[in-house]
Write a protein that binds this ligand. Sequence first.
Ligand SMILES: O=C(O)CCC(=O)C(=O)O
Ligand SMILES: [Fe+2]
Length: 888
Amino acid sequence: MEKSVEDSVREGPDIASPTTFADNGIALIPQPSDDPQDPLNWSIFRKSRLLFVICIASFAGNVAALAGQEAYPLQSKVYNVTVIQSSYSVSAAMCGLATGAFFFVPLGHIVGRWSITFWSLLACLACAVWSACMTRESDYNNFIVSRLFSGLFGAIPSAVGGGMILDIFFLHQRGRAFICYEIAILFGATAGPTFSGFIAGTASWTWCFWWTVPFLAATALLVFVFAEETSFNRDKAPMQRSQGFVKSRIDTFFPGSAVITIPPKSEIIKSVVAPFAIGLSPATVLCGLFTLVVFGWLLINDVLSPTFLQNPIEEGGYAFTPVQNAAFSMAGWIAIITSQVVGMFAHDGIPLWICKRYYNGVWRPELRLYIMSITAVFVPVGLGVCGAALKQHYHYMVFALGYYIVAVAVLIAVPVATNYVAESYTEHGTECTLVMTFYRLAWGVAIPFFITHWIEEVGIEWVYGIAAFVTIGAWLLIMILLWKGPTIRQWSLAKSLVRSEEGQKLFEKSIIYSFFNIHARTMASAEYFASQPAFPDDLQPVAQMATISLAKLVAGSTSEAEAVLHACRKLGFFLLDLTGDPVGEKLMTEVDAVFDVVRQTMELSTDEKNKFNHDPPRDFRGYKAQGVMKTETGAPDRCEFYNVSQDDLLGQSTPRTNPGPIAANSELLRSYLEHGQFALTHILRALATQLGLGSETFRDLQTPTRASGTILRLIRYAPSLSPEDMRTGLLPHTDFGSVTLLANVLGGLQVLAPDSAPEDENAWQWVRPRPGCLIVNMGDAMVEWTGGVLRSNMHRVNYAPGNQRHVYRYACAMLVRPYKEATMSRLHGGRIPTVEDDQREGIEIADNTVSSLTAHEWELKKAMILKEGRDCARSRGGRELRPQPVAA
Ligand SMILES: O=C(O)CCC(=O)C(=O)O
Ligand SMILES: [Fe+2]
């Protein structure tokens, strides 16, 4: 009895997940849209370039504001004021830095963030000129005001970056983005004074400001050329952005030609209030106080070190000259570099690892805060070293070490605090950044006013001792957040703004996150599927494909054998479910490992890969680079592959040399091949028996122990990032061997619907790969042997559908071919039609010469045709079975 196609179609386990994953198996949060304009979909190069511009602008804003820090002692003479009065210029700049963003950020919602950044850089430039021109005695007040304005404007670039980071980076990348950004700001606050200090030592103090003029101009130019608006509403129709360079620049920087959707007035008022509401909310306060405290100690060290280092030895100092003192400040620079390096590993690595290991892969913003435990431990240690060094008058290097430890530990915490608060209000990253800047600087502004007095009261060792204890106390605030953060975040004064990614699943269960964030190891096929972008559920048309159970075939199920024959006649394709059979399950885990080998191989350099180029038809083994073959339109193909021969793997020929990853995994590939052959044996037996042939008939024609052209083809397809790339990757073809066992995770494979022409685009049906299943198809040899009963169907590989097109697609095709001397002529007996049947049915055999060829000769002929581009493959087969079996 014939089974209908519907009967034999059985769905695989349902794993459809709506989530898109990164290469390393981490869910992309937020989920990007399908729109290539979506900033989340930008290339990493484009994102990094923009981050670089953000960092430079933030750096410049701080350099501009604090450029005069080392000059005020000289200026006291010019203005005829005390040194303390002169230092108010620095305090004014600090006040500006701490508060400027509160005034200007709401404006950013109207004219765009880049617009206020660009104009504020020019305003800083103007302030620098202004300050430098204030050289008369009567200019003191004007000078102070110029510094205040420089601070107010300088604050803007370093506030707007936080919002942009949230726009372009995924959760698992943000920690690193924030450390780059905050370090740029802090570096600006250190380097500005240092450069100026050198200048003030050698030239007029006005050069402290003059040098920043070209620097600010260059930065503004950089912003002008490279800035890109990053806001993007994933729920609404995308905004049309102008394409031309000049037009896009005008849109970005000049009012009235918006690149953003201007919010209603109520929203703007909200954005004025938002920083206050966010800043005074309990979770922000707890996190802010910790930052304030620890950053304070860093500043205390900055304030105290010149005094202690330059004091005479008798007074407990080190008698440093100012130049030696400047050299000492290198400890701060090294600390900045160290924390940047640590941050690149730790700031995403630690929270993600904890999430995976202890939180079942479910995210919450508090996971960021664990990094601060490094701060909580090392700040007190460093303070202890500093206090002891100064009190006991140890070598100045001991003090430098303490200074360094404190600095690294504090710098590590700063971006974490901003990142945490920003991730508690994901749509208000900018407001969060300015709030955290305020917390950090507020204390710094206050310290100089009481520190001397404090030292006099308690002695230097107690200043450091108390500081260490206060740090430990402040750590309790973070502990409270780690414990109850999710609840405390809800007590916000800005309730309507609270938005986090809490509860989102960042990892599927068994994907082990590699600490260095390179590649997650994949353990078994179902997990591998879950780690990749999902095959879209609504894709049309999808091929109806039977699922055949290997376990049932092995158990000798007749109905399963019937289903195999049916599938191989009607479509020539079916899914082979490996679950439930021990060899099948082993094969399934090997699929994942083989994909890893494919990846490693393809990640070798082009030069390396080209050393192994294949040379068909002389030798099919080896590497084929992308673009060497053509697709149906004559355009270069989009896949590269490496053929490994069965004979080599089984030791039946002199193996060719292979690239490292393949050579190192030959045992895996051999095992994979043998397990594949096991599955094939059961398919071939089912077919032979159903066709009334001896059960080993097909098996004997392709026995693995005899030399053949059978290969494992390891394939990688390039992602289709741009619309031009959304085209065929591997040309329409039929496989010219006997059977192909194909391992796929991503979609892209399409089969041509029976009775359709390849030119009909609608007739190409997508194949949906299923976890735990191989895709099996018949090749041309099976058609020849069965006189057209079994079907070799046209297929091709298109771009991967939906979000799958963003990632590399890996495939492993086991292309089984008859042994070299096997006959290609039609088999006799059973239900195979005879030549007489052909005549009766009016079937013409297109190529009569085939039957006289050996399999090897036939393959060479096919390969030549293919190489010369003369392949006009057509699906063949599917003809009716002979009603009565004939005796062989
Ligand atoms: O990559 C795929 O999914 C199919 C590859 C294929 O058809 C072939 O190598 O013959
Ligand atoms: Fe194929």
